[in-house]
Design a protein. Structure first.
Length: 281
């Protein structure tokens, strides 16, 4: 029986946590089924992506100039972005992928996008371990107090990734092009964040061409940008205060409050749309 209210929905999901973990495990096993290397691809894929950007952009196109310890700077940004990408992309297609279950039995529908978030979280932890080892080898870690930036940075990505994934998973049932559009937007989101370039480059370009200052504020309003800047503070000890925008703490706090409101709205939209999932599937 469905419990009334948002609190009741949370209790219902908690009561079915064993099923949630089972779905996460199933998704992870299906990801590399019949693969000889299996979960090693969790490490191989981001490392190949990192080497490609590091060599082509960092060395050939000289993006590494002016960014000390560019390897860790790049890998830190890619690790957090990949978590956001996997969260949103996986959640968007989660209802369609589990259409058979949706049509046959009653389950809280939110469990499917949440399972995708859990699977992305496991992949993130593996890549995070590689990042920590690399940062230790390169001696890139900052003071321990600076590493506390890890928590608000991860919180922003988890908050917005879950909200966006929950919303798009419902809309994708009715408009199947959403999942393909999401792939394009996620690719643009990477280049719109300071992963392969520094925040100072954006600020310098806007100042050089005398562009309005509000353009920089729009750039900094992107929660993924703020989260990646916080991740750099966590793992990239070579950064200086000028490598970060002013009032980063306040910006992240505001983004967090907005993200909470967005998550509530996204869940409300999901709840409104889920009534016809079985018919649309």
């Amino acid at each position: 029986m469905t419990l009334p209210g948002r609190g009741g929905k949370i209790r219902e999901l908690f009561a079915r946590r064993d099923l949630l973990f089972l779905l996460i495990r199933r998704d992870l096993q299906a990801r590399y089924r019949d693969s000889f290397l299996g979960f090693l691809w969790t490490v191989i894929r981001p490392l190949i992506q990192f080497l490609m950007y590091f060599i082509v952009l960092g060395q050939f196109l000289r993006a590494a100039e002016g960014i000390p310890n560019f390897a860790i700077y790049l890998f830190a940004g890619l690790t957090l972005y990949q978590f956001f990408n996997d969260t949103v992309a996986g959640a968007t297609g989660s209802i369609l992928m589990n259409g058979g279950l949706v049509k046959k039995i009653y389950l809280p529908r939110e469990i499917f996008p949440f399972a995708s978030v859990g699977g992305a979280g496991f992949m993130f932890l593996v890549q995070l371990a590689v990042l920590v080892v690399a940062a230790l080898i390169f001696g890139a870690l900052p003071e321990p107090a600076q590493m506390l930036w890890f928590f608000p940075s991860l919180g922003l990505v988890l908050l917005y990734g879950t909200a966006i994934g929950l919303l798009l998973s419902a809309v994708n049932v009715y408009l199947r092009d959403v999942q393909y559009l999401t792939e394009v937007v996620l690719m643009l989101a990477m280049w719109a964040s300071p992963i392969v370039y520094s925040w100072r480059m954006v600020s310098d370009v806007i100042a050089r061409f005398s562009l309005p200052s509000w353009m920089l504020e729009i750039y900094l309003a992107n929660p993924l940008t703020l989260a990646i800047l916080g991740f750099h503070k966590t793992f990239w000890g070579a950064g200086s205060p000028s490598d970060y925008p002013p009032n980063l703490e306040l910006r992240m706090l505001i983004a967090g409050v907005v993200g909470l409101i967005f998550l509530v709205v996204a869940h409300r939209v999901f709840t409104r749309l889920q009534g016809n999932f079985a018919q649309e599937l």
